[in-house]
Design a protein around this ligand. Structure first.
Ligand code: ZN
Length: 401
């Protein structure tokens, strides 16, 4: 590049007198070339500037800036009325967000590279809304990424100066992050330094102090073919995002009701309930199609059901409503946060506990009961259905003893 683009030294200037050199219409768009290097073209993983050209008080918007044969070209929907002098007004909120997103990307990637030096920076994209980074060569655990998010926010809070300097490629050592081939392809290299924390070769636009980033928020993390794909936002978009998510929780706090700190537990519970609900629907369908699981063991009727998602109190209530045969043994197992088992007897020679207490204790559970009812429970059961079948088999043998 013959001279340095204006946005390298003063990225906060948003208005310029420019000279329109040519206007070309193609593919439903209009391409307008200007003489000055004042609008940042798309490239190096960063979007281009947006804004308007003003000619005789009429505004012509452009949706992107691109570089064509070293010239700055605006991509416009409507063709300006003529060539020559025009006033350029850049969309500064778009540019500022690009600056904060891009500088945050430097800090985040720099921080990840300190933890995992073998990581390679893959595809990146930063625009005036959000940023995307693909870190190649490792699937990084979410906790690790969120720890790095905290570190980025700490560096933002520390108000670190961000400086740029153009140096000879030969002066660039290994402490500088640079894409492969960058130092061999160019004579002069522009270094972007975030205090002493990170130094990288870059031709993009950056804030001058980390405080301008205000906030950094990871919004998505995905593992893709051994790489880690990360999405993030910064500045007022990050703040708006956090406020929105917080308020989704807050507006339900009083009607639910729950405490905000319990949100994680609420979501866990909701997942358990959802799974139990799906199992319960399956159970109801099975009961409708095949009827209850009842077998005759000599004179004794043995009824056993796997009932996911039921509360133990609901089962106790249910059993009072049921007209049980005599003699009979009824065994229900429920799942939820705990796995509970209930056994009722009617007209049997022994107490309810006799038929099940040893079985439950042998399988790691515990419980107790009265003459005709036994209640037991298990914690951390991985496969309650398998447990249930095991209990059914053993109770069946016990009844036949
Ligand atoms: Zn940069």
């Amino acid at each position: 590049m013959s001279s340095q683009p204006y946005y390298w030294t003063d990225p906060m200037k948003g208005e310029f007198e420019v000279e329109i050199e040519s206007i070309l219409e193609a593919n439903g768009h209009c391409y307008v070339r200007i003489n000055e290097q004042v609008s940042k073209p798309a490239g190096g993983g960063q979007a281009g500037d947006k804004g308007v050209l003003i000619i005789e008080k009429k505004e012509y918007g452009f949706i992107d800036t691109i570089l064509l044969d070293e010239n700055t070209v605006f991509v416009m929907k409507n063709s300006p009325s003529r060539k020559g002098k025009a006033l350029l007004k850049l969309d500064m909120s778009w540019r500022r967000a690009m600056m904060t997103n891009h500088t945050a990307e430097h800090i985040f990637v720099g921080s990840m590279k300190k933890k995992y030096p073998e990581l390679k920076l893959g595809w990146i994209w930063v625009d005036g809304v959000h940023g995307t980074v693909v870190l190649e060569g490792k699937v990084i655990p979410l906790e690790e990424i969120l720890d790095t998010e905290t570190e980025v926010n700490r560096l933002i809070h520390d108000e670190i100066g961000v400086t740029t300097i153009v140096v000879q490629a030969a002066e660039v050592d290994e402490s500088v992050r640079a894409r492969e081939g960058v130092t061999s392809k160019n004579d002069a290299i522009r270094l972007v330094n975030v205090g002493k924390f990170d130094s990288s070769a870059c031709s993009g636009i950056h804030v001058t102090n980390t405080r301008e980033i205000r906030a950094f928020k990871i919004t998505d993390v995905k593992a893709q073919e051994g790489n880690t794909h990360i999405e993030f936002v910064t500045g007022e978009i990050a703040v708006a995002n956090l406020v929105e998510i917080y308020n989704i929780a807050l507006t339900r706090k009083y009607s639910y009701p729950y405490e905000i700190e319990q949100l994680g537990a609420i979501l866990d519970k909701s997942k358990t309930l959802q799974l139990s609900y799906e199992e319960a629907v399956e159970k109801i369908l099975q009961l409708m199609k095949e009827g209850p699981n009842k077998v005759q063991l000599d004179t004794v009727t043995f009824w056993y059901e796997y009932l996911p998602g039921f509360e133990i109190s609901t089962l106790r209530h249910l059993i009072k409503e049921l007209k049980l045969q005599e003699p009979s043994v009824t065994l229900f197992l429920t799942t939820g946060k705990k796995t509970n088992i209930v056994l009722w007897t009617k007209g049997m020679p022994k107490d309810a506990a006799f038929y099940i207490i040893d079985i439950v204790e042998n399988l790691g559970g515990r419980g107790g009961g009265s003459a005709d009812a036994y209640t037991g429970g298990f914690t951390d059961v991985e496969n309650p259905q398998e447990l249930f079948l095991m209990i059914v088999e053993r109770v069946r043998k016990k009844i036949l003893e």
